[in-house]
Design a protein around this ligand. Structure first.
Ligand code: VG1
Ligand code: CO
Length: 544
């Protein structure tokens, strides 16, 4: 088989964002576009010669074609072996696990995660390191630099590999190993959690609904929840991955997983509900008639993780992204373990996990995970919740209310203003940055007085690297907080994320509606940032 060197010219827009490169699918399908980016990955990591990679994706439109292109390019670049999930499918956490389990040189994940999929929706590609985690900034910068200087890529002239059959084939000199995408991941979950206890819970009549949103977690959830744990049939709904996610927006939040929310708040609601995103790394957890905010979920999981066998020895530390509420910090303090505040994006947790300083990590964006892999992991969080529910023999509401009584409640919400004009969003953030130094001591919305304001900067305690401009924080004297940042995963205009938090120590005032509890903070945020003046928007598109 022949290796061709194809001449190409750079695309200017191949800078990876919060989690890999995401673009509209037609952009990715342009001649040379995917190829340039994949060659840039190989070039940035010192070539592919003799290396072994993992490859898989969330099954969205173009996943199957892109997999064949990436395989031909890996072979042309001299890779020794690529381990591919059957049908080119792998959830992000399963890919992370496989990279680690097989001691590979990393992996390529095809996904735009929680973004919709289809011919006119989104596609994405990201590279994960040999530790199983997303490439850190130094590597994504090197990839970006390579995309700007590219003049050629290497391509093997070969037929497609049949990825529907488990087993090993050759593509030129490279071995292609097609594996069951679920088996190794499910085995890992059996090691971490008390499957017998969860099985007994389901056997006792406990009912659950899991909405896979026509994305990658369907096969995983069906195998683990229904087949291995004995949850009733049809526990998993929307369980078949579809190229366009059945037209759903696979982002597990109360807006996009509305059907699940409606069911959980109906009179005959199941005991427990959960949903996951396109690539399986996010989770939303809902009790009967009660929604669990992701920041609270992180805190509850940290406080109760020792009830699961995999964490019985206790946690080394807890890490959260900066915009995530401080609820988890209170747990870390009570446990007497280290706590970390990192920029948004899972890549910043990798060093802490590798160094053994954090065991559980989380983000307010429905992401929770642990040192079992190097990605957030939706089903893992659901199984940890189930393990806790089984051991404590209490409902979600009891556990949450008990947690608030013990630690106080961090009222929390995120308001997203989507597809706003990029220039207007940048102007707003610039103006705000310019004002930060003078905000201290000023009062907004009548009585909220600013204690401190800054643009978050992170010093990685493990490798000493510094990441600047990671989000504007405004802290008020009463402990309330607002954070503003622009999304790094969108593909249309800009998305402003406004994060709002207010602490209530209790025992009074622990059961308010979060939007009401946060109303003064919300008003102050609009006043300080001039959101309407800059963007023309007064109301968010999505509230979580
Ligand atoms: C968003 C979330 C962030 C998450 C990232 C990737 O990023 O806010 O917490 O890590 O998505 O999640 P941004 O830059 O749009 O705010 V996933 O499940 O889309 O890989
Ligand atoms: Co995701």
């Amino acid at each position: 088989m022949t290796v061709t060197t194809v001449s190409t010219t750079p695309f200017a827009d191949q800078k990876p964002g919060t989690s890999g490169l995401r673009k509209k699918t037609p952009v990715f399908m342009q001649r040379h576009y995917l190829e340039n980016f994949v060659q840039a990955i190989f070039d940035a990591i010192g070539g592919a010669e003799g290396k072994c990679f993992v490859l898989g994706g969330d099954g969205r439109y173009f996943n199957d074609r892109a997999a064949q292109v990436i395989l031909r390019m890996a072979a042309a670049n001299g890779a020794a072996r690529v381990i591919v999930g059957q049908g080119a499918l792998l959830s992000t956490p399963a890919a992370s696990h496989l990279i680690r389990l097989r001691g590979t040189d990393g992996g390529i994940i095809m996904s735009a995660s929680h973004n919709p999929g289809g011919p006119t929706e989104d596609f994405g590609v990201k590279f994960n390191m040999p530790n199983g985690g997303p490439a850190p900034e130094a590597v994504t910068e090197a990839i970006f630099l390579a995309t700007k200087n590219i003049s050629a890529y290497r391509m093997l002239e070969a037929q497609d590999v049949d990825l529907s059959v488990i087993g090993t084939t050759q593509m030129g000199a490279m071995t292609v190993e097609v594996v069951d995408p679920v088996a190794d991941y499910a085995a890992l979950m059996e090691k971490l959690f008390d499957f017998a206890a969860i099985r007994a819970l389901f056997a006792s009549g406990f009912r659950m609904r899991f909405d896979a949103m026509c994305a990658i977690t369907g096969p995983y959830a069906t195998e683990i929840l229904e087949n291995r744990l004995g949850a009733g049939q049809r526990t998993v709904v929307n369980g078949t991955p579809l190229p366009d996610f059945g037209g759903m927006h696979p982002d597990p939040n109360p807006t996009w997983a509305k059907a699940l929310m409606d069911e959980m708040f109906a009179p005959l609601a199941p005991d427990f509900g959960a949903a996951s995103d396109g690539d399986g790394d996010r989770n939303m957890v809902v009790g009967r008639g009660i929604y669990v905010s992701p920041s609270d979920s992180l805190a509850v999981l940290a406080a109760n993780a020792h009830l699961a066998p995999g964490y019985a020895a206790g946690l080394k530390g807890v890490a959260r992204s900066m915009p995530t509420s401080a609820a988890a910090d209170r747990v870390a303090q009570a446990l007497g373990i280290e706590e970390f505040e990192t920029p948004t994006g899972w890549k910043f947790f990798g060093n802490l996990l590798d160094a053994g300083r954090a065991t559980i990590c989380g983000e307010e964006s429905f992401g929770t995970g642990s040192d079992h892999v190097r990605e957030k992991d939706g089903l893992w969080a659901v199984l940890l919740w189930l393990n806790i529910l089984a051991v404590r023999a209490e409902g979600v509401r009891d556990i949450l209310e008990d947690h608030w009584r013990k630690f106080g409640r961090n009222y929390y919400s995120r308001h997203d203003f989507e597809a706003i004009d990029s220039a207007a969003a940048d102007a707003m953030m610039d103006e705000l940055r310019g004002k930060l130094a003078g905000l201290g001591g000023l009062a907004f919305n009548g009585h909220l007085r600013v204690a401190e304001a800054d643009d978050f900067e992170y010093l990685d305690p493990v490798d000493g690297s510094v990441s600047r401009r990671q989000g504007i924080r405004i802290l008020f004297q009463d402990g309330s907080r607002i954070v503003l940042r622009l999304s790094g995963t969108g593909t249309e205009g800009a998305t402003l994320r406004l994060y709002l938090e207010r602490y209530a120590p209790g025992p009074e005032g622990l059961d308010l509606d979060p939007q009401q509890a946060l109303a003064p903070v919300i008003a102050a945020a609009h006043e300080i940032a001039g959101i309407a003046r800059h963007t023309g928007r007064t109301e968010p598109d999505v509230v979580t």
